[in-house]
Design a binder for this molecule. Structure first.
Ligand code: F6R
Length: 254
């Protein structure tokens, strides 16, 4: 695990966009694993800017997103399909048919999960998987539990996650109770993983994930076993790591 310190959210976003750009330039038909939420918004904004300047070409890029709320259509403004279109896909030359997000409306959600794992397999796996982290250590919607779930699956969202995501909805009652999420096997199968963390609300989860035991109780801790996991975190998210390890530098090779 390599941890890179960023001054603030903007610096984290630019560093992340640089790594994603490098992937797009070095492998123009790369498979990007993408995430939603507040954390990657700045990185997507930066990518759009570099695309507009003519520095990036997404025409052969394929993508698979981590997750989707069960019950929301892609037109719902809180669905993750909508988020991706709005924050990235509508603004760059990626072909929509090359972008994949699990369907929140599939009648048979289990079959949709199996289909999604098939899509990832057919694409030949993920080259670079972008991740955020929940305050409880979740990645994708793999919530803390007793086992690491391997494949794409349906999850019941924890109260903590629903409360945290209620900020995007008009009330907590509107936050879906279930989601479809790529499993830990899908994430760990990516050739490279890039986890972003910003803000003090992530400081404990980030410390536990990087320095605590590898346990499904802290899903992101599994990344300690990935051989190319990169973390870019701003100073607020690094606070607990700084305090407990005494690390003062810019790069930590864990
Ligand atoms: C989003 C996702 C989630 C978020 C996490 C952090 O696709 O899979 O794991 O990355 O909940 O969310 P934010 O960035 O809103 O703090």
């Amino acid at each position: 695990m390599k941890i890179y310190a960023a001054k603030d959210y903007k610096d984290m976003s630019r560093k992340a966009a640089n790594l994603i750009s490098a992937q797009v330039i070095m492998k123009p038909d790369a498979v990007l694993g993408l995430a939603t939420g507040s954390t990657p918004v700045g990185a997507y904004e930066q990518l759009r800017e570099w695309y507009e300047k003519g520095d990036l070409d997404f025409s052969r890029i394929r993508s698979v997103n981590l997750d989707e709320y069960k019950g929301l259509s892609g037109e719902h403004d809180q669905s993750y399909r909508y988020f991706m279109n709005h924050n990235l896909f509508d603004h760059v030359n990626i072909k929509k048919e090359n972008t994949n997000v699990p369907s929140g409306l599939a009648e048979d959600a289990e079959a949709e999960c199996a289909r999604y794992d098939g899509v990832i397999r057919e694409l030949g796996g993920i080259d670079l998987q972008l991740l955020g982290i929940g305050g409880n250590g979740h990645i994708g919607f793999n919530e803390p539990c007793d086992v690491f779930e391997k494949g794409t699956h349906v999850v019941t969202l924890t109260e903590e996650t629903r409360r945290s995501n209620a900020r995007f909805f008009s009330s907590i009652d509107e936050v879906p109770t279930h989601a479809l999420t790529m499993g830990i096997g899908g994430i760990m199968g990516a050739k490279k993983v890039l986890l972003l963390a910003s803000g003090e609300a992530k400081a404990k989860a980030l410390y536990d994930s990087c320095f605590g035991p590898v346990t499904p109780g802290v899903p992101a801790s599994i990344l300690q076993l990935h051989n190319d996991a990169v973390i870019i975190a701003d100073e607020a998210a690094l606070a607990e790591i700084r305090e407990k390890t005494g690390w003062e530098g810019d790069v930590y090779d864990n």
